[in-house]
Design a protein around this ligand. Structure first.
Ligand code: GDP
Length: 233
């Protein structure tokens, strides 16, 4: 029996399984951490940043999208959770893991410091092309998410929402949550959203396509982009 690519995709979607098809992102490797914007790599090329409340599934999503087991563990090591963590894809393109938010045990003063670094980054980073905002599908649009969306609208920064842990809801309920979210932002074409599950490997292609467009990546560029020089995890 022969199966077309389209029919395999339909089957994959039915079973909520999608194979990671885009190897470009597998090359991501840790570049550096920065406590404030002045310590960040030179503001050239293109960056796409990832943000979300702690426990939203950000590390799992980064690992899934880059098909690496421990890529984002760097951002979770003690002392690094409040830093901007930069991962290089090639000489011109980087992913940035922004500090998680919502650690109950962190003192107010520390929270203010990292909110400051985050705001500074969003406001001043010229190479920032888009932001991936991760929300647990069971608790979307919490205070932090609304604040991020407000900032992004203010700065005109395109934002793609990943409704993470989509496997935690039944298919219909997950689709309904996505629909509601899309409706809420129908006047804002710069805000897009999709379902995502690291556990079920769901939504990888769709997320890669958004990243490709922000990174100006066509097929040829993907082939030609030289791998990063940074240390591999
Ligand atoms: P972070 O704090 O935002 O980086 O979140 P993590 O990636 O560390 O995930 C937080 C928790 O959610 C962990 O226990 C993960 O195993 C779990 N988790 C992450 N992604 C998924 C998913 O797609 N499905 C399910 N069921 N659990 C997930």
């Amino acid at each position: 029996m022969t199966c077309s690519l389209a029919s395999i995709r339909v089957l994959g979607e039915f079973f909520q399984v999608q194979a990671p098809m885009n190897p470009y992102y597998h090359r991501a490797c840790f570049l550096k951490s920065a406590a404030r914007l002045s310590q960040a790599p030179a503001d050239i090329g293109i960056e796409v940043a990832f943000a979300g409340r702690s426990n939203a599934g950000k590390s799992s999503a980064l690992n899934t999208l880059c098909r690496q087991k421990a890529l984002a563990r760097t951002s979770k090591t003690p002392g690094r959770t409040q830093l901007l963590n930069f991962f290089e894809l090639d000489g011109q393109r980087r992913l940035v893991d922004l500090p998680g938010y919502g650690y109950a045990k962190v003192a107010e003063k520390v929270k203010r410091q990292w909110q400051g670094a985050l705001a500074d980054y969003l406001e001043h980073r010229k190479c920032l092309r888009g932001l991936v905002l991760l929300m647990d599908i069971r608790h979307p649009l919490m205070d932090f998410d609304l604040q991020m969306l407000e900032w992004n609208i203010h700065y005109g920064l395109p934002t793609h929402i990943l409704l993470t842990k989509a496997d935690k809801l039944k298919r219909g309920a997950a689709a309904n949550t996505l629909l509601q979210l899309r409706k809420a932002f129908e006047e804002r074409p710069e805000i897009t959203a999709q379902l995502f599950s690291s556990l079920k490997q769901q939504g990888i292609d769709e997320a890669h396509q958004v990243l490709d467009s922000w990174f100006d990546l066509g097929l040829e560029e993907k082939k030609m982009a030289s791998p990063p020089k940074g240390e591999r995890q």
